[in-house]
Design a binder for this molecule. Structure first.
Ligand SMILES: Nc1ncnc2c1ncn2[C@@H]1O[C@H](COP(=O)(O)OP(=O)(O)OP(=O)(O)O)[C@@H](O)[C@H]1O
Ligand SMILES: [Mg+2]
Length: 227
């Protein structure tokens, strides 16, 4: 176990995770024994060149794909032993994902999109939602529909939607990739503040050294291992 954490206390504990994809000449290893831990309220930046496996790692932790071997524990539950249904439940209630595709629901307003996941998780709170919309600069957009928003506004709605459900673990894949520098920094601050406030963990992929430096810890993925 890396860094000497007690995995029982960790929000996220990944041990010796491996994943290969089928290539033309057989399996191509993408992750070759990745281990990491994240404590309550801790924020971690994951960097690595394009194709190094960052999104793959987030997909495995988010329960969207299955690892070949190794273990993932989220808030004391072993994800790697769960059925599809169990993984879906954990995803709904415990893990919040912010991926590069926003997947907003086009027929719902911004306000409804933000509330949707929180309602599914049974944690909708009007005050929390309004506060998030304010912090993410979305208050004026609440009655609009996703198609009426810019790419950066849609990205912030996707972030608000995830945070409104107050997950124990937030997985974010370049969550500020569509934002200008100042807005990106503000959004990152909101993500970090919320992690501290709610003692949740944040694992964020970023290509930006500047953004990575704002987080508590940084890990680099190279040739399928953490360096
Ligand atoms: N479903 C899949 N089937 C086959 N190969 C895949 C699949 N998903 C990812 N890969 C391969 O795994 C490797 C890692 O991909 P991944 O998307 O995790 O990289 P990344 O670090 O997120 O890159 P980027 O910074 O460009 O987003 C790549 O070589 C990619 O082609
Ligand atoms: Mg990626």
């Amino acid at each position: 176990m890396s860094e000497g954490y007690d995995p029982g206390c960790a929000v996220l504990s990944v041990h010796n995770l491996t994943k290969s994809f089928q290539g033309v000449d057989g399996p191509v290893p993408v992750l070759r024994g990745v281990s990491l831990n994240l404590g309550p309220g801790e924020t971690l930046a994951l960097t690595g060149e394009s194709g190094s496996g960052k999104s793959t790692l987030l997909h495995l932790i988010g329960g969207l794909e299955q690892a070949d071997s190794g273990t993932i524990d989220i808030d004391g539950t072993r994800l790697t032993g769960l059925s599809d249904r169990g993984r879906a439940t954990l995803r709904r209630g415990t893990v919040g994902v912010i991926f590069q595709q926003f997947n907003l629901i086009p027929s719902l307003t911004v306000a409804e999109n933000i509330a949707f996941q929180a309602r599914l998780a049974g944690r909708y709170d009007r005050g929390v939602t309004a506060d998030l919309a304010d912090k993410l600069g979305l208050t004026a957009q609440l009655r609009k529909y996703p198609e009426q928003l810019s790419g950066g506004q849609q990205q912030r709605v996707a972030i608000a939607r995830t945070l409104a459900a107050r997950p124990r673990l937030v997985l974010a894949d370049e969550p500020t990739g569509n934002l200008d520098e100042d807005t990106a920094l503000r959004v990152l601050e909101t993500l970090c503040d919320l992690a501290k406030e709610t003692r949740s963990g944040l694992l964020m992929v970023t290509h930006s050294v500047q953004l990575a430096s704002k987080l508590d810890r940084r890990l680099h993925l190279r040739s399928g291992v953490i360096t």
